[in-house]
Design a protein around this ligand. Structure first.
Ligand SMILES: Cc1ncc(COP(=O)(O)O)c(C=O)c1O
Length: 483
């Protein structure tokens, strides 16, 4: 508790200092987050399958045209100078081609893998691929012995193609399409999840040999994204479920839960593990000897959450040690998604236009733009003086502002003309829809067309759930190593 308090205090104290310092930096050369440079050891560029047209890459100060017929995802060794800040790299890349770029820092991913292994050594992580299915990220996780939690046939297929051992793939969706379950059976994926009699019937019919986790509903009130209204069995429902599983000869093998995604506390995990213990005991009364506990996702990515991953891990370890003794031989699993990927991505987008805002623009705007405003820091009366349009929005990778209850966090800017003016700015996405508001009002430097904004912590639930509405939503991906 004391450690937790110290951490919270440090974060609160550090934030204004960091932003205060940044306000004094010359913005056209401003640095990324702090003044320390990002060291780029190797930098690759890849293009997503869907990115069309001509791409450019930087090599020895020359922009070379890449033949569009070159297979996508082809990796190119880049020449990047050491000690370049990420902002400077963004400036170079977007000078010739203003389309958005994700900068993926692979050393952040490596750091998160290490943190997991240090803090939760007895819990086998199964990465929730839905958070971000970037092949390079998934392959790196697999190389480090991380398994996969998959939600569908396609995700299962991708995991199998990557060589994930079948024993480390969990089909984690509690309600599955029949054909997906058949695919699991045909491909030897033996582990899945259920929380209804309907699903038990499906499993008994189509994949009777599979080992099934009973998903229980836990208290997820603290989480930004809650799941208990859709998934999980409440305690009152356990007896009927267990009885049905017994009658249909379903091979129940353990318990899974999810405390909700984003913002979950040590206590939420502790209470959920206690409830899982009760489920183990209840199952025993129906003749099931559970040997697996899956503690789900919901692990902090540190950027927004008050409890650190280390605090959460401490609570989990205490609960597991005290409630599941060694002699029970229970295997522990988890399904982290955002923890691994969120902070690995910085997203650079271009300003494609701007206009001044007059009082008449604000009439009804809060009503019209409801979806965007819901998650915004702005309140009524907090009206912007100027609006800028950027080349991705809520229908693209900023869909996290809607579905993931995220707030877009600008971390740096590249300005063609240095200036020290700050304006209350509204940031629109590029599409025809008026709800496409990425930020409804925030103080920003005075932005002009072709300036660049960098957003941090854009790795989770961004790329994986983005659409191509209005022909936007295309981006480039640059992998780098800041260590
Ligand atoms: C079944 C399941 N497992 C794991 C996750 C990953 O959660 P998180 O990204 O919070 O770790 C999710 C997120 O939606 C999920 O639905």
């Amino acid at each position: 508790m004391a450690a937790c308090f110290v951490r919270v205090t440090c974060v609160l104290l550090a934030l204004p200092i960091r932003w205060g310092l940044r306000a004094h930096l010359p913005l056209h050369t401003c640095s990324y987050a702090s003044s320390s440079p990002i060291h780029i050891s190797t930098c690759y560029s890849s293009w997503t399958e869907t990115l069309e047209g001509v791409c450019y890459f930087y090599k020895k100060a020359i922009y070379n045209r890449i033949d569009p017929s070159v297979p996508c995802q082809k990796r190119l060794q880049m020449q990047c100078s050491e000690n370049e800040s990420l902002t400077e790299v963004a400036m170079r890349y977007m000078h010739m081609d203003s389309s958005p770029i994700f900068f993926v820092d692979m050393s952040v991913l490596a750091k998160q893998i290490k943190r997991w292994k240090q803090n939760l050594p007895t819990v086998q992580p199964l990465y929730a691929m839905k958070a971000n299915f970037d092949a390079k990220i998934c392959q790196t996780l697999v190389k480090h012995d991380v398994g996969m939690e998959v939600a569908s046939k396609l995700e299962m297929q991708k995991s199998l193609e990557m060589g994930v051992p079948k024993t480390k793939i969990l089909f984690g969706a509690p309600m599955k399409e029949e054909s997906h379950l058949v695919y699991a059976k045909e491909n030897g994926v033996m582990r899945c999840v259920a929380d209804s009699k309907c699903e038990l019937n499906k499993i008994a019919k189509l994949h009777p040999e599979s080992e099934v986790f009973m998903r229980i509903a836990v208290d997820d009130r603290e989480a930004r994204c809650r799941f208990s209204s859709k998934f999980g069995l409440f305690r009152e429902e356990w007896p009927l479920f267990l009885q049905h599983a017994k009658e249909r000869w379903v091979n129940l093998c353990g318990v899974s839960f999810h405390v909700g995604s984003g913002g979950s506390s040590p206590l939420a995990f502790f209470d959920a593990i206690s409830l899982a213990r009760d489920a183990f005991d209840a199952a025993e009364e129906y003749g099931f000897q559970f040997k697996n506990l899956d503690i789900g996702g919901g692990f902090s990515d540190d950027s927004k959450d008050i409890s650190s991953f280390e605090d959460v891990a401490t609570a989990i370890n205490v609960a597991l040690e005290n409630l599941f003794s060694n002699k029970d031989n229970v295997q522990f699993y988890a399904e982290p998604g955002r923890f691994f990927v969120s902070s690995s991505h910085t997203y650079a987008v271009s300003v494609i236009g701007k206009r001044d805002l007059l009082p008449m623009h604000h009439i009804n705007s809060h009503e019209i733009e409801k979806t965007g405003l819901e998650n915004s820091t702005a309140s009524a009366g907090d009206d912007a003086e100027v609006a800028v349009w950027i080349n991705d929005g809520l229908y693209g990778c900023f869909n996290c502002c809607v579905f993931d209850h995220a707030e877009a966090q600008p971390v740096d800017y590249v300005l063609a003309e240095p200036n020290h003016r700050h304006l209350r700015t509204k940031v629109f996405g590029p599409t025809c829809d008026s709800i496409d508001v990425v930020i409804s009002c925030a103080t920003m430097p005075c932005l002009e067309q072709n300036d660049i904004i960098l957003f941090q912590n854009m790795g989770a639930y961004t790329r994986s759930s983005s659409s191509r509405f209005n022909g936007y939503g295309y981006y480039r991906v640059v992998y780098l190593n800041s260590d």
